[in-house]
Design a protein around this ligand. Structure first.
Ligand code: PA5
Length: 477
């Protein structure tokens, strides 16, 4: 059944305005029509690659089908979420990277900005925490504010072998034992269908409620799978809206022409930016709700594109450093650099057309013109004016910038936004002819941690690391 009416869906369409990367606005610093035209072939090849390979598990492209193939899973998730909402005081996600950044982004985007501080009667669901680090202080202090016996823990790990998540699992299981409760009643796993340590643990404990992170879906592309859908449903977020928004964006991006396909156009702009030395990509949402979309995007973009070999084996060392900024806050911190520093950046603004609250600015201080002029406007007008003013200032300084506008922040538009960036990343990876979906650099760090902590089978690596990386006092001051 279609999600809301067609008119409503169309009114929620995200737009991409790339005037401020063109020579029309930026003069010689902007891209010319000819340059866009020259990208046509590459863009079409990238489009064809993604289209031909979508859904293929062996290429880790299963994420393209998540908006369509989860009807039964969603029903199950909604039933579990109802139970969790009625039984528990807190819901804690234990996970890292692709298993955490999506849930954090969606929580910030679609829940009250002070959700945990709201009275239970208004909040309706449990308090929510995502523990995506192994900072010892943070774990201790989480345990200061939750009662494990009244908490449901969602352990999310595809491999079940990530040291950070499994450390958290061990500590929390022990806390549950100490609290005298049955671990089984307080944990939900989200993991691989069959493989991995969480499946072994589940079997040992007599079967823990588990959701599957599908085979062909990598961590950073997993937000629209049970990784993100279960926490969202527990928070009372409209998960069908998220998936419908993703499907809507998928349809918009089914056009082969980059002039009609916003994800493809965004990938083309970023590709051209990188080719012209803009190795830093700043994402600057003008919305606290969208603040952690930048964190989620940073992983998606960095881990997918930061590669040293092409698919055909040539050295390449490509990628772009994602930087997170928040409008207007970072106008008073980073924008000076963006306007006058090196020409090594492209800025993506995330703008909101209609904020959930307009928040009027009270009149006052009429005899102090510097202050009085603000009264009678709304905070929405102010933040939008500052967003526009920053884009103009950057453009006047010849800096590449473009704007993605969300009509309003809701489950549907967030689904659109996530899918737009996932497609953009897949297209950009195809343009570079790299493997967008692996992360050998992350795996290397995981293995070095195993060696340093004395895991069996990593003895030789430990010796090798100790020999090569024992610090020389000469270089310590
Ligand atoms: O995107 C990725 O694949 C990574 O960031 C992983 O999500 C992260 O390393 C956690 O891995 P796992 O889910 O196996 O615990």
């Amino acid at each position: 059944m279609a999600y809301k009416s067609k008119d409503w869906r169309d009114s929620m369409r995200i737009t991409l305005d790339y005037n401020n990367v063109t020579d029309k606005i930026l003069g010689e610093k902007g891209f010319t029509k000819k340059q866009f035209k020259e990208m046509k072939g590459k863009a079409e090849q990238a489009f064809d690659f993604v289209k031909e390979n979508r859904g293929k598990d062996e290429l880790f492209m299963g994420w393209t089908e998540l908006p369509y193939n989860q009807k039964e899973i969603v029903a199950d998730i909604l039933a579990t979420a109802r139970e969790v909402r009625s039984k528990f005081e807190s819901f804690v996600v234990l996970g890292i990277g692709g298993s955490a950044l999506g849930p954090i982004a969606i929580f910030q985007a679609l829940c009250h900005l002070h959700y945990n501080e709201l009275p239970k009667k208004i909040r309706k669901g449990p308090k929510f925490y995502v523990e995506d680090n192994v900072d010892p202080v943070r774990m201790k202090e989480l345990l200061d504010v939750i009662d494990p016996a009244k908490t449901c823990f969602n352990v999310i790990s595809k491999s079940g072998a990530t040291s950070e998540t499994m450390t958290q699992y061990l500590i929390i299981s022990d806390e549950l034992k100490k609290a005298g409760v049955n671990i089984k009643d307080h944990m939900i796993f989200t993991t691989d269908a069959k493989k991995g340590n969480l499946n072994k643990i589940s079997a040992e404990l007599g079967g823990i409620k588990s959701y599957v992170l599908p085979d062909g879906v990598g961590g950073r592309f997993s937000e629209l799978s049970p990784v993100g859908l279960l926490p969202a449903a527990v928070l009372g977020i409209d998960v069908n809206g998220l998936l419908a928004g993703a499907a809507y964006m998928d349809k918009i991006c089914s056009k082969r022409s980059m002039d009609e396909n916003p994800a493809l156009m965004s990938a083309v702009i970023q590709y051209m930016a990188m080719q012209s030395g803009k190795n830093i990509g700043v994402m600057m949402p003008y919305s606290d709700n969208l603040k952690y979309i930048s964190d989620w995007y940073a992983q998606l973009w960095a881990e997918s594109l930061g590669k040293n070999k092409t698919l055909t084996g040539e050295d390449c060392n490509v990628g772009q450093t994602p930087v997170k900024a928040l409008g207007v806050t970072d106008q008073h911190s980073q924008v000076q650099l963006y306007t006058e520093g090196p020409f090594d950046k492209i800025v993506t603004f995330l703008s909101v057309a209609n904020y959930t609250h307009k928040t009027p600015i009270a009149k006052g201080c009429e005899n102090i013109p510097d202050v009085g002029f603000l009264g009678g406007h709304t905070m929405e007008e102010l933040i939008q004016a500052e967003n526009k003013a920053t884009a103009i200032a950057l453009s006047k300084a010849g800096r590449l910038n473009y704007t993605i506008t969300v009509p309003e922040v809701n489950a549907f538009t967030i689904g659109e936004l996530l899918f737009l960036f996932e497609l953009q990343t897949a297209y950009a990876g195809a343009m570079f002819n790299i493997n967008t979906f692996n992360q050998p650099g992350v795996e290397a760090g995981k293995k070095a941690t195993f060696a340093l902590l004395g895991k069996a089978g990593y003895e030789a690596m430990k010796v090798e690391l100790d020999e090569a990386f024992t610090p020389d006092d000469k270089y310590i001051v």
